[in-house]
Design a protein around this ligand. Structure first.
Ligand SMILES: [Zn+2]
Length: 669
């Protein structure tokens, strides 16, 4: 029995941990991003996002006024990222920024929609309506809506699916429009998204005269399935299925558009997950964000069609990621070359890519697999990514962000070693390519739709987040101590119906079988795939679930050469790291005594109480007595170990106290 996310309006989150994050996004990130989209933050790289919609709208207006005498712009390529000659004086009729800049608006409006669904805000809604008017004014009469080509010349639209992201922008537009429609009931943007999707449907396909292509950057697939589920219109589902089925057909479609770039350090067909048809894929490859967006769409299709071969491929790809290619933080993408998955077990810490968006995409994939079958192997990873590799992407003030989430940083190397230029030792105000910040905003504002899904008769709790919701004639209040304690309380109150209540509660992998349940004595209890099924509850109940949470030392598979002889320290779903601020520089000299007790302490360095850890260890150095060739090398080394207490903080909080070294993995003493 498949499950679906609850209506976001039905979930009121009141959580000791996540409410702070949601409020940060609502009060700081969403208003800040609106300023960014309008280029009003002087210290941040300009976005040009709303500028482009206005420029396209102006052209569109001129076209309507001038009729047949309007001279269509003729396309000239001005770079993957176009910047004004004079940055202080951008021309009002030109396109600037990355080719996919429109998607920044769509991600913003998606977060706005989720936020309005639970926190009505007339002023924000007024701003959003104004933005929607600007965006819709840019749409062409045939439904096309991508400002890059509207401004630069429509004669080349859909001619470079590999690199030019029109279908990616369509996907984000659909997601944003659905969110805003669900929150406000206003359908102007939804209609614009549908018109763009209708246009794409009319020009793409296997039929004679249509474009036999598919998105270079996936996302339209899962967005179109969502549009189908929102509108009930089959054509959107069929279009998504076409895109998924078409990918991987030989010869590679993108080669028909133009030759592959010379000296490309990675294979373009793997980069796009188009090396073989999707049902034959066994290994997660290529650009990590694109990959997990595709797999999310595949999982939607497997659920909606019952296609077993597709589901099997999704399961294999999930296992490929989580058993061979995922950092302990839930980060994915081991190499900056093509922002891609590397080969199995290649997980370097200091040159990691681990893009924030990729971990977000992993959460999308996990939720979709959970909808098909509740198994904690999916929800454990979803929780891991949320508490670590995703939250690390945003500073505590919500105003600076990481794109890349390394597991080890020596700041000087980031500044001087070109292999690590992609790794930033402190969060950035904004990026020209600003995919990650608005992606965090849309995920955090919609968190409730990841925490819970429901089948006809069972409510699934995948994440423990303090919430109030109603389901099948019951009001349900959940209190959660995570991530500080594993104590969960669930209060259920019948609102008058006589149907029994069935709950499925995830028992996280990090506590194994060490949990205690009370208050559900009258119900039938079974355990399957890491979920505790409590069936047949009646009336009012108070259920307590105590998940044992204690700090633990973890080592990686021996094939991860990077981590041989090293360990990480975790506590529940939270991964910890060392910073030089607490432990001094040269973190590679620090070794942990893995047999020692790990002490939990509360620190106030971040403006609120945080559970930090201390583990006994030593600062180990080797000093030789006699030079070998130069002073750099010495013979007859003697080991010196100075005992220390190693201080560890949650990884998500690193780089919030200035620039310094950081490492998740620690040498084992
Ligand atoms: Zn990103």
């Amino acid at each position: 029995m498949y499950s679906t996310p609850l209506d976001i309006k039905n979930i009121k989150i009141k959580d000791s941990f996540w409410t702070r994050e949601q409020e940060l996004v609502r009060r700081e990130v969403i208003p800040y991003q609106w300023e960014i989209l309008n280029d009003r933050v002087p210290e941040a790289a300009p976005s040009y996002c709303m500028h482009n919609f206005k420029a396209a709208g102006m052209l569109n207006k001129r076209k309507h006024e001038q009729g047949a005498s309007f001279k269509e712009p003729v396309y000239t390529f001005r770079g993957f990222e176009a910047l004004p000659e004079d940055p202080r004086n951008p021309r009002e009729d030109e396109f600037y920024g990355f080719v996919f800049q429109d998607s920044d608006f769509s991600k913003w409006i998606e977060a706005v929609g989720y936020s309005l669904a639970t926190h009505p805000d007339k002023e924000l809604e007024r701003i959003a309506d104004g933005a929607i008017d600007i965006v819709c004014a840019a749409q062409l009469d045939n439904g096309y809506l991508d400002t890059y080509y509207i401004i630069n010349g429509m004669d080349r639209s859909f001619h470079d699916l590999r690199d030019h992201h029109e279908l990616y922008c369509l996907g984000h537009l659909i997601e944003g429009a659905i969110s805003y429609y669900n929150a406000t009931g206003k359908d102007k943007l939804l209609n614009a998204a549908k018109r763009f999707a209708d246009h794409v449907d009319s020009v793409f396909g296997n039929e004679e005269g249509k474009i036999p292509g598919y998105p270079g950057h996936e996302i339209a697939e899962m967005a179109l399935f969502r549009l189908y589920e929102t509108t009930g219109e089959e054509k959107y589902r069929k279009l998504a299925e076409y895109f998924i089925d078409k990918r991987g057909e030989a010869p590679l479609y993108f080669d028909k558009e133009h030759p592959q770039p010379k000296n490309q350090p990675y294979k373009i067909d793997y980069y796009h997950q188009a090396h073989i048809p999707v049902r034959q894929q066994n290994e997660a490859v290529g650009h990590a964000v694109r990959a997990v967006y595709l797999y999310s769409g595949m999982a939607d299709m497997a659920r909606l069609t019952g296609d077993k071969a597709l589901l099997n491929a999704c399961e294999r790809l999930w296992d490929s990621i989580t058993n061979e290619k995922m950092y302990i933080t839930g980060g994915i993408g081991g190499t900056h070359m093509g922002e891609s998955f590397s080969f199995p077990f290649d997980l370097p810490g200091d040159t990691a890519y681990a893009e924030t968006c990729a971990s977000i995409g992993l959460v999308f994939f996990a939720r979709r697999m959970l909808q098909i079958r509740a198994d904690r192997k999916y929800s454990d990873v979803m929780e891991l990514a949320l508490y670590n590799g995703i939250l690390s992407g945003m500073a505590l003030d919500g105003k600076s962000f990481f794109y890349v989430n390394p597991l080890e940083v020596v700041p000087e190397a980031c500044h001087k070693d070109e292999r690590k230029f992609h790794v930033k030792p402190v969060r950035q105000k904004w990026f020209g390519c600003a995919c990650c910040p608005p992606n965090i905003a849309r995920l955090i504002t919609s968190l409730g739709t990841y925490a819970f899904t429901a089948s006809d008769d069972t409510l699934f709790t995948h994440l423990y987040i303090g919430s109030s919701l109603s389901f099948n004639g019951y009001d349900i209040d959940i209190e959660s101590g995570l991530p500080d304690t594993g104590k969960v309380k669930i209060v259920t109150r019948s609102t008058g119906g006589d149907s029994p209540l069935n709950l499925a509660l995830r028992i996280p992998g990090w506590c194994g079988d060490s949990y205690q349940l009370s208050g559900a004595e009258s119900a039938d209890i079974t355990v399957k795939d890491g979920y505790l099924y409590i069936s047949g509850l009646k009336g009012d109940n108070t259920i307590s679930l105590d998940l044992k949470m204690e700090a633990a030392v973890v080592t990686a598979d021996n094939r991860v050469t990077e981590d041989i002889g090293r360990c990480a320290v975790v506590r529940g779903p939270v991964v910890y790291c060392m910073e030089s601020r607490d432990n001094g520089d040269a973190l590679r000299n620090i070794y942990a005594d893995t047999s020692a007790d790990i002490k939990e302490i509360t620190i106030e360095d971040f403006g609120f109480p945080v559970t930090a850890l201390e583990i006994r260890g030593a600062r180990v150095t080797f000093e030789g007595s006699e030079e070998y060739i130069s002073a750099l090398y010495k013979k007859a080394p003697v080991r010196k170990a100075e005992p220390i207490d190693i201080r560890l903080i949650p990884y998500r909080l690193w780089a919030n106290r200035g620039e310094g070294e950081m490492s998740v993995f620690i040498g084992i003493l």
